[in-house]
Ligand binder design. Structure first.
Ligand code: ADP
Ligand code: MG
Length: 695
């Protein structure tokens, strides 16, 4: 009955014409059930009916232009490209194709008319569109604009799955849904005049001709509001359920004895800050209980979370329990392994690194040591998840930079440690700053501690924002910095999230900088290198053998080289503010005054300039997050999912945070008065959470 809501029990194979091969492609997008398909909402809508004049274009918009081809040429740059130059009465635009058929050049001959739809970008001389969708005609005025639907939804997709196919199956799913509507779950007083879930999904996937599309995109349309409300409510309810589930579990109390902690603190070259001490006390108090700790430590980059983790670990180790520390990248795991070995081995504790790239034999040795209880603390990336890792007596799970992991991964690791129904304690650390109201929702199942103080002796980072036309001045400045004994990061960014392309871009910059700065020792690090190579490079950088390190954003999280005091970020406009803040946090770690140069590609839109200026004006992660929100307003479809906090389908926590208070009171009411609806709601929106409900 209620489980059938949103058809969450039916797999997509129930749709006519959707065979196994196609189903696999949908699976790639995380779509398994009809529910998943229905909640695969459009990223945006295209209104292809009206073209814009070239002079009226602005960078970043998706639009249609129409004009006459003045030239189409093949260019042999780093790779072959086809460039088609088009003019209308107001200006010129270039259409750039990287993948093309040989016949395309012919079909785009001079004098023909072309209509192109795509994102407007800036290039050296003209605006351009990369891989636009095109229609070519012999003469003007012959484009066919008769379309049955004015607004075409555009979905995120994967190789081999066209927009047309996606639309077709989503329409089939909608028809199925509308034949099987479900009862309203939310008390009428709370939803007021909002449409039903079925109506809302239909509007979002098949916008009627008269819909206000901007309202729909900005989530101000009642249909969107309804879905947002429900998803946020379901999420909040599931967190409440998870929390009470956790609190009903058993854990082994770990009481501090100071056997390890005392000598550790004595050997430490500095003393913990007040904030670190307070947070560690909160952790130890939790760990001394019979209920498993579920604590999140929030602290800006450089606030010293590693030390907090070490002290928490020692608390468990003093009770003869094992500890596992999971980091999001190999580089970070390796760095933690080095630090922890240095700190813990003198105490007679054994630290092991489980890297995904170890040889089979080394891995087996590691599994054996962990299973035999010889390993006291195991450090690794996702590799620590694998089935072969079995702990003898795991007492504490620590997850570093949790924004990189999903809630589900976190729970999986936690469950690994369950033995005879005894759960390990769990400590989660994050540098992703989020405003307080958001934290109440996102971390509703956790207790939160905040490290609100940086270690002493830091000088704030001075940030400047410069156009890339001043690149050579910046390079000269790097040379001077290196001559005076400083170390420098040069970070290359890319639009596409592709390791390979990012690596190529970094290689090009590396060669250029090496050529321009013959007196400087330049190093290179990127995600395509072998772990052993990366480790060697990081080691050389730490020891000062490399003065200038050219890197991709692989260095974003956690890397700690205090002597590095200058960072240059190329194409900084491509990154989100929280990512820039993380990156910049790699400098400003020593006593040396640090600088960060944010270089941008000209021309830059006003909003983007304003965002970069936020970075220039503040070093505080919480302030930056708040300002980012203000500048972006409610409009931009970039949200917490991108930040990686929670994986919502419709909700953007930044945008929708004003709903949180309301959701809290609805959730109290529903838990008390409508428990069956609660189960049904959570099941239809978050089926993965079902196990906690039934437990
Ligand atoms: P993050 O919170 O970003 O993970 P780290 O744990 O990497 O920060 O710490 C950043 C730097 O600060 C490291 O070099 C660390 O040794 C140093 N540090 C941490 N705590 C203190 C302290 N109490 N006093 C001085 N330096 C500290
Ligand atoms: Mg860290």
């Amino acid at each position: 009955m209620s489980y059938k809501r949103l058809l969450s029990h039916l797999t997509i194979s129930h749709l006519p014409g959707l065979g196994d091969a196609l189903a696999k492609k949908f699976n790639h997008l995380g779509i398994y059930t009809i529910r998943d398909l229905l909640l695969h909402l459009p990223m945006r809508y295209e209104d292809r009916s009206t073209s814009k004049q070239i002079a009226q274009l602005s960078i970043g918009e998706h639009t249609t232009i129409e004009g006459q081809i003045i030239k189409t040429e093949l260019i042999q740059a780093k790779r072959r490209m086809l460039i088609c130059t088009v003019k209308d009465e107001t200006g010129i635009i270039q259409l750039r194709f990287m993948n093309f058929y040989p016949t395309m050049k012919q079909s785009m001959a001079m004098g023909k008319w072309i209509k192109a739809y795509g994102e407007v970008k800036a290039s050296k001389t003209y605006y351009e569109m990369i891989h636009p969708q095109i229609q070519i005609r012999e003469a003007a005025q012959s484009f066919d604009d008769s379309q049955s639907e004015r607004y075409t939804p555009i979905y995120a997709t994967t190789f081999g799955l066209t927009q047309t196919m996606l639309r077709k199956f989503i329409h089939l799913a909608l028809a199925l849904l509308n034949r099987n509507p479900s009862a309203e779950l939310i008390p009428a007083a709370f939803i007021k005049a909002l449409p039903s879930v079925e109506e809302s999904l239909t509007i979002v996937h098949q916008p009627p001709l008269d819909v206000d599309i901007t309202q729909l995109e900005l989530a101000e349309h009642p249909a969107k509001k309804r879905l947002i409300f429900e998803e946020l409510l379901a999420y909040h309810l599931s967190m409440q359920i998870t929390k009470s589930h956790n609190q009903s579990q058993q854990a082994t109390p770990c009481v501090v004895t100071n056997d390890y902690i005392k000598p550790f603190l004595q050997a430490l070259p500095f003393s913990p800050t007040n904030a670190q001490q307070r947070v560690v006390q909160e952790i130890w108090q939790d760990m001394a209980k019979h209920i498993p700790m579920m604590r999140l430590v929030q602290g800006d980059v450089g606030s010293g979370k590693t030390l907090v983790a070490a002290l928490a670990a020692l608390g468990a180790l003093e009770n003869q329990k094992q500890v596992v520390l999971m980091a999001p990248t190999e580089i970070l795991a390796e760095q933690h392994a080095i630090n922890f070995s240095h700190w813990f081995e003198p105490l007679g504790l054994s630290v092991n690194l489980l890297s995904g790239k170890l040889t089979a034999k080394k891995k087996r040795e590691c599994y054996e040591a962990v299973a035999a209880g010889q390993t006291d603390i195991l450090i690794g990336t996702h590799a620590v998840f694998v089935e072969q890792v079995k702990f003898a007596h795991l007492g504490l799970v620590i997850i570093d930079e949790q924004h990189r992991f999903g809630v589900d991964q976190r729970l999986t690791l936690w469950e690994k440690g369950i033995k005879d129904n005894i759960h390990p304690h769990q400590l989660i650390m994050t540098a992703t700053p989020i405003p307080r109201t958001l934290a109440m929702t996102v971390y509703a199942d956790l207790d939160v501690s905040t490290i609100d103080e940086l270690p002493p002796g830091r000088t704030p980072i001075t940030t400047v924002v410069l156009p890339n036309t001043r690149r050579y001045e910046v390079i000269e400045r790097i040379e001077q910095a290196c001559l005076s004994g400083k170390q420098v990061y040069w970070v290359c960014t890319l639009v596409e999230e592709s390791d390979i392309l990012a690596a190529q871009a970094a290689e090009v910059a590396y060669e250029e900088l090496q050529a321009l700065l013959p007196t400087v020792h330049v190093g290179l690090i990127h995600g395509k290198m072998k772990p052993s190579q990366k480790q060697a490079v990081m080691q050389n950088f730490k020891q000062g053998l490399i003065q200038l390190l050219v890197a991709t954003t692989v260095i974003e999280v956690g890397v700690d080289v205090p002597n590095a005091s200058l960072m240059v970020i190329e194409n900084a406009e491509r990154l989100g503010l929280s990512q820039l803040h993380q990156l910049r946090g790699r400098v400003g770690r020593g006593s040396e005054a640090s600088h960060c140069v944010l270089m941008y590609q000209t021309p830059l839109s006003k909003v983007t300039k304003a965002r970069l200026n936020v970075m220039r004006d503040s070093n505080d992660g919480f302030v930056i997050a708040q300002k980012d929100l203000e500048i972006r307003g409610g409009g931009e479809i970039l949200g917490t999912r991108q930040v990686g906090i929670a994986d919502f389908k419709v909700v953007d926590l930044m945008r929708d945070q004003h709903l949180i208070r309301l959701i809290q009171s609805v959730s109290i009411d529903m838990l008390a008065n409508h428990p069956a609806s609660v189960i049904s709601l959570v099941n239809s929106w978050l089926p993965a959470k079902t196990k906690y409900i039934n437990a």
